[in-house]
Design a protein around this ligand. Structure first.
Ligand SMILES: NC(=O)c1ccc[n+]([C@@H]2O[C@H](COP(=O)([O-])OP(=O)(O)OC[C@H]3O[C@@H](n4cnc5c(N)ncnc54)[C@H](O)[C@@H]3O)[C@@H](O)[C@H]2O)c1
Length: 362
């Protein structure tokens, strides 16, 4: 299949961004970060909630839309950031790429193999860049850990254990307890698509591996709607993964950590020692070597829902739009990480381990 040559925004002008979804992640991270960037500006915003779109549009001096297709037809923008309920990601990304816009779409990039492939095909046919918002890769402790692992400090990797748990998106989304995150029709996936997908992506990147198979438990154990019924998406996930090269590991993710704190920790076991990322409040990365020595790296914090720090996501995307380099997390990367969780859901349903299908060749 052929791909169109890459076409980038005029290097003499600021990159014009349109935003679809005026919710939490766009308001708290992507919009302020684009608006503060010397090479970028916000020209359009869209939300199906008219009052929200108008308020956000006024705040950033942008044209306001309530229909994203109208925005794609009429707005002057080079790139579009899509941060809407999961079930809309694929169609909106495909429409934006076909309209000639570069796309930054939030995770999970899509909710099924077919939806993911539709984005890959639209990206290839469009000659535009597509990036997926797997922000964990930009957090300073994860960046440091990647450098150390690439330098081989742990020797051959044997295993890992990674967790991402908080009390749920009802304490994050602009719509609180009424959020789409808690409804199957719009979310399709619960904690597995909100949290576990971040860790599947992080581990693939940190270890430079693809997962071969997955199995585990995914269920709804404790999160309830206001009327007392359990929510109809999963709230608690415990999966195990293996690679063809022989690394075994587990990911735990949930919206049922009611401690008031966020648990975001990854431990990597190698032949020469063990790396703890996010487990020590003072040191983002701690390595304990087999010879009894210890290295602690103070490299800044992992962002939490309550303590937000610069995400680096739109900055990285803007850099790619200037240079033409492929985003670190391009559509293929987003697809592979999404397929880990999509396969995990099927494996949990069938009560057995399943192989994770390979990504289509680009
Ligand atoms: N990378 C990260 O760390 C991170 C963090 C938070 C959220 N996210 C992802 O970003 C996406 C959005 O999450 P959020 O926290 O901002 O959600 P949110 O509930 O705060 O906001 C979603 C917004 O989308 C709007 N919307 C719904 N349907 C729409 C439509 N048809 N057209 C236009 N707007 C529409 C809603 O009105 C709402 O304003 C999700 O996929 C989520 O997984 C990623």
């Amino acid at each position: 299949m052929s791909s169109k040559p890459l076409s980038l925004p005029d290097p003499h002008l600021r990159i014009r961004y349109g935003f679809i979804g005026c919710g939490a992640i766009n308001q708290r991270r992507h919009m302020p970060e684009v608006s503060a960037h010397p090479d970028a500006q916000i020209t359009a915003v869209c939300d199906c909630n008219q009052a929200r779109a108008s308020e956000v549009g006024a705040r950033f001096g942008a044209r306001v839309f309530t229909d994203y297709r109208q925005m794609l037809r009429e707005a002057e923008c080079d790139a579009v950031v899509i941060a809407t309920p999961n079930y809309l990601h694929s169609q909106m990304s495909v429409d934006a790429l076909r309209s000639g816009r570069h796309v930054l779409v939030e995770k999970p990039m899509a909710t099924s193999e077919a939806e993911g492939r539709a984005i890959l095909e639209a990206e290839r046919a469009s000659g535009k860049l597509c990036m997926v918002g797997h922000s964990q890769r930009f957090m300073p402790p994860h960046v440091k850990a990647k450098r150390l692992l690439e330098a081989g400090v742990l020797g051959r990797i044997i295993g890992f254990r990674s967790s991402l748990k908080h009390s749920g998106p009802d304490n994050w989304s602009v719509d609180g307890r009424e959020s789409w995150f808690l409804r199957r029709q719009e979310a399709v996936m619960g904690a597995i698509g909100d949290m576990a997908v971040h860790k599947a992506d992080l581990l693939r990147w940190l270890l430079g591996v693809e997962f071969a198979d997955v199995g585990g438990c995914i269920g709804t154990l404790a999160k309830r709607y206001a009327d007392g019924r359990l929510i109809d998406v999963d709230d608690t996930v415990s999966i195990t993964l293996s690679t063809t090269g022989g690394i075994f590991g587990s990911i735990e993710a949930s919206w049922t950590n009611f401690s008031g704190e966020e648990d975001n920790q990854t431990i990597i076991y190698g032949e020469r020692g063990v790396m703890d990322i996010g487990g020590d409040p003072g040191y983002g990365v701690v390595v304990r070597y087999a010879d009894g020595t210890r290295e602690a790296h103070a490299v800044g914090a992992i962002a939490t829902n309550k303590q937000q720090t610069a995400s680096g996501v739109t900055e990285a995307f803007t850099r790619c739009l200037r240079s033409g380099e492929r985003p670190l997390i391009d559509a293929q990367e987003g697809y592979r990480s999404m397929m880990v969780v999509v396969t995990a859901m099927q494996a949990a349903k069938e009560g057995r381990r399943l192989s994770i299908p390979a990504a289509p060749v680009s």
